[in-house]
Design a protein. Structure first.
Length: 356
């Protein structure tokens, strides 16, 4: 998915989850669509702990940092993306040293996976087999879990920006197509680089991404058009084993006077719940003040029960550079939520686990 960002916002955010109740199902024009309208704050049910705190340095277990001067001022190249494999191991992309560092779920350093020194490490993802996919400046690379090096499996990308890897190895790449109006394009490939689908359009829409859960069911999000409420999304779940579609209306909670700074899918757990990261900020002129009041939640969509359970996360950090915020949040198969915080001093991985 894609971060929604245009900073402008207003007001206090303390009790935002209790404002602006979600409309009931009968208010929606399509009576056949089930509305996910039970929003429950489950933050107290989750235990928060810092499981990794990494410093910058030249040792192999350290991470790299580099300052650059740009037209926009000084920016820092620091880790921008992470992923979690089926065993709970944590992968962190390190663009400075063109490598991926791997740590166990207990925080032990495991290995350094080196990337192509002649290319840019923009973004990456890991599938259920442990295969790693990386997008560079123009190419999509793959490293099988039992091999030592990366192979380029797609070499004609335009300007890749983001990669989403499903558990079954299908890879969606978001890039700028080079067409008029700087169109966004998503190309979807199988695990060997074969093109499955290509969608081009001017305005970003969740429906141009398709995500597979652990059972292979296909999940897509699309904005509901022609409705007075702007924050309505259709969740379409295509059950692969039943060859049928389930559709729901998802209302990401947005209090009056707020806007989304991010709305993004971060994965599914073994119970087929869908996890969306949602950041909101007040709609005021002062963008710095709006950012200070930003809140981030993870919405856990349970289609079977028709409800949304929300978990509030620690405020993300800003280090003065551009980073892919959606790839700083992940969920594992058990439903544990991981948050990556990067700044110019250190990188922290925070885990939110359900209290047993």
């Amino acid at each position: 998915m894609h971060a929604i960002s245009n900073f402008k916002n207003s007001d206090e955010i303390i009790s935002s989850e209790n404002k602006n109740p979600v409309p009931e199902a009968e208010n929606h024009e399509d009576k056949n669509l089930k509305v996910l309208n039970k929003v429950n704050d489950k933050s107290s049910d989750y235990k928060k702990e810092v499981i990794l705190e990494l410093s910058y340095g030249k040792e192999e277990h350290n991470l790299g940092i580099e300052k650059r001067n740009t037209d926009a001022g000084e920016v820092f190249d620091i880790p921008q993306a992470m992923d979690v494999d089926k065993n709970g191991n944590i992968y962190i992309a390190e663009p400075v040293n063109k490598a991926i560092k791997v740590y166990s779920k207990e925080g032990k350093y495991l290995e350094k996976i080196e990337f192509n020194k002649n290319d840019i490490l923009r973004d990456f993802g890991v599938d259920s087999l442990g295969d790693i996919f990386i997008i560079g400046e123009k190419k999509l690379y793959k490293k099988n879990f039992n091999e030592s090096s990366f192979e380029d499996i797609v070499n004609d990308l335009s300007e890749p920006h983001e990669v989403v890897v499903s558990w079954n190895g299908n890879v969606s790449v978001l890039d700028f197509s080079g067409l008029p109006d700087d169109n966004l394009r998503v190309q979807r490939f199988d695990s060997n680089g074969k093109l499955l689908e290509k969608v081009e359009q001017n305005n970003f829409d969740f429906s141009i991404y398709e995500y597979e859960d652990l059972k292979g069911n296909k999940i897509s999000f699309s904005k509901v058009e022609g409705n007075l409420l702007s924050s309505q999304y259709k969740v379409s779940i295509n059950a692969s084993n039943l060859n049928q579609n389930q559709e729901f209306i998802y209302y990401p909670h947005l209090p009056d006077g707020y806007f989304y700074t991010m709305l993004d899918i971060i994965g599914c757990d073994e119970n087929d719940d869908i996890y969306m990261v949602r950041s909101i900020a007040p709609d005021i002129e002062d963008s710095v003040e709006a950012y200070k009041r930003e809140e981030t939640w993870v919405d856990i969509i349970n289609p079977g029960k028709g409800e949304i359970n929300s978990v509030k996360l620690e405020k993300r950090k800003d280090y003065g550079g551009i980073y892919r915020t959606n790839h700083m949040y992940k969920v594992d198969t058990k439903g544990n939520i991981y948050q990556m915080q990067s700044d110019t001093e250190k990188v922290r991985i925070i885990k939110y686990s359900i209290n047993e």
